[in-house]
Design a protein around this ligand. Structure first.
Ligand code: CAA
Length: 390
């Protein structure tokens, strides 16, 4: 037995899962992949492409049909993310955060009023979502937040600063985590949904990044931001559990993103080693390169199976924390290793912007950092093992 689940995984994709994968693959090949290098060079957020992605329903893939969503399961959603990342990891992360870290918690913990107001615009392709957990002094230690939400009558007033917010400058609403009970050692944190243009909420900084350069990463300031109690998601004090549960789903998605990056790096490398000649023939015939290519392909396939398994467990209501962390850890380390080997096999061509390899290498780097570093994934896995949950 490889896990605690009681049911057996079906390895055949459903019609819906195949349909979404094929639709996204086709769209990415036509509209995303050919432009990714230019967007990256100009740090350009392609709003016109996001309009089309919104029309295709990709902002609210995981939302229930009751709210107009596709009600797609996590397997279908992760397959879509892999396809997006094959073309452009930046586009992929904007969609991933919107679905995994905004729509999914709203779907799971939101009231029907909250879903109408904040989830439906994602489903309709009107806005992207953001997730404001990290702060400059609270990244891996997610419980150590200093953003405060103080109670004033029927309102909460939020003050603080959020860091590393994907989609901050381009979202319609954000999920914000803040301390509601500073005196308490546990259950200090609550979750709130806040429209991006709400008074008191503002974008104060845009990060200039090594990779995923056409995505937006911002610092968000909350300056006496007054919101009604109805915008609290879940129960008071439930915030950290909401964040960590959402990150379990998000981590399977980042694993899928990493597989997309690794797959693209291998595909470009195969083209290159077939074409490039040295010492009287194509370089792909050399044993040293074949050994690398074989390992790349095996690791990509292993990572794909890990994210599919994590997604399947979540889809079936089984514990997925361990599987999500294993998938995120392995896939992100794989994407870094595979893209490193891809640069090496391209030689000097891998180092210049004329070829897509250096971008994939830079884009892969963040996958071992965001939504929990590799060190945090190992810690989560070890805790699951030692507590007997794994
Ligand atoms: N699902 C639901 N609840 C969970 C959970 C899970 N997977 N894991 C823990 N919890 C609950 C616990 O039961 C506990 O609840 P009680 O207090 O009621 O008992 C509570 O959450 C706190 O759990 P821990 O005591 O285990 O928490 P901890 O302080 O020891 O930290 C941690 C655990 C694993 C280190 C966690 O803080 C963590 O994952 N850190 C990394 C955070 C992270 O991934 N940040 C990325 C931010 S998003 C981003 O990258 C930006 C972006 O836009 C992409």
């Amino acid at each position: 037995m490889i896990g605690p689940e009681s049911r057996k995984m079906n390895w055949n994709l459903t019609d819906d899962q195949q349909m979404v994968r094929d639709m996204v693959r086709e769209f990415v090949a036509a509209e995303v992949a050919p432009n990714a290098a230019e967007w990256d060079r100009g740090k350009y957020f392609p709003s016109e492409i996001f309009e089309k992605l919104g029309e295709l329903g990709l902002f609210g893939m995981v939302a229930d049909e009751e709210y107009g969503g596709a009600g797609l399961d996590l397997i279908g959603y992760c397959l879509a993310l892999e396809e997006l990342a094959r073309g452009d990891a930046s586009t992929c992360v904007a969609i991933s955060v919107t679905n995994s870290l905004f729509c999914a918690p709203l779907q799971r913990y939101g009231t029907s009023e909250q879903k109408e107001r904040f989830l439906c615009p994602c489903v309709n392709g009107e806005w992207l979502g953001a997730f404001c957990l990290s702060e400059s002094g609270a990244g891996s230690d997610a419980a150590a937040l200093s953003t405060i939400a103080r109670r004033e009558g029927d309102d909460f007033v939020l003050s603080g600063s959020k860091a590393w917010v994907t989609n901050g400058a381009v979202c319609g609403a954000m999920l914000v985590f803040a301390v509601t009970d500073p005196e308490s050692a546990r259950s200090r944190v609550s979750a709130f949904v806040i429209p991006a243009d709400h008074p008191g909420a503002s974008i104060v900084h845009e990060e200039d990044k090594l990779g995923i350069r056409s995505s937006r990463t911002n610092q968000v300031a909350l300056d006496d931001c007054r919101i009604p109690r109805e915008w609290m998601l879940g129960e008071e004090g439930q915030g950290l559990a909401i964040a960590l549960n959402s990150l379990d789903g998000g981590r399977a998605g980042i694993a899928a993103q990493a597989v997309g990056i690794g797959h693209a790096a291998l595909a470009f490398t195969l083209d290159y080693v077939r074409e490039r000649e040295a010492f009287g023939g194509p370089i792909g015939r050399f044993g040293g390169l074949q050994e690398k290519l074989g390992t790349m392909a095996a690791r990509i396939r292993a990572a794909r199976l890990l994210y599919l398994r994590a997604a399947w467990l979540r889809d079936n209501g089984e514990p997925d924390t361990m599987a999500a962390s294993c998938a995120k850890l392995f896939a992100s380390e794989m994407a870094n290793w595979v893209s490193y080997q891809a640069v090496q096999m391209h030689g000097a061509y891998g180092y210049v912007t004329d070829y897509p390899i250096e971008r994939l290498y830079r884009d892969a780097r963040v996958t071992t950092i965001y939504e929990g570093t590799s060190e945090i994934q190992r810690l989560v896995i070890a805790r699951q093992l030692t507590s007997g949950s794994g």
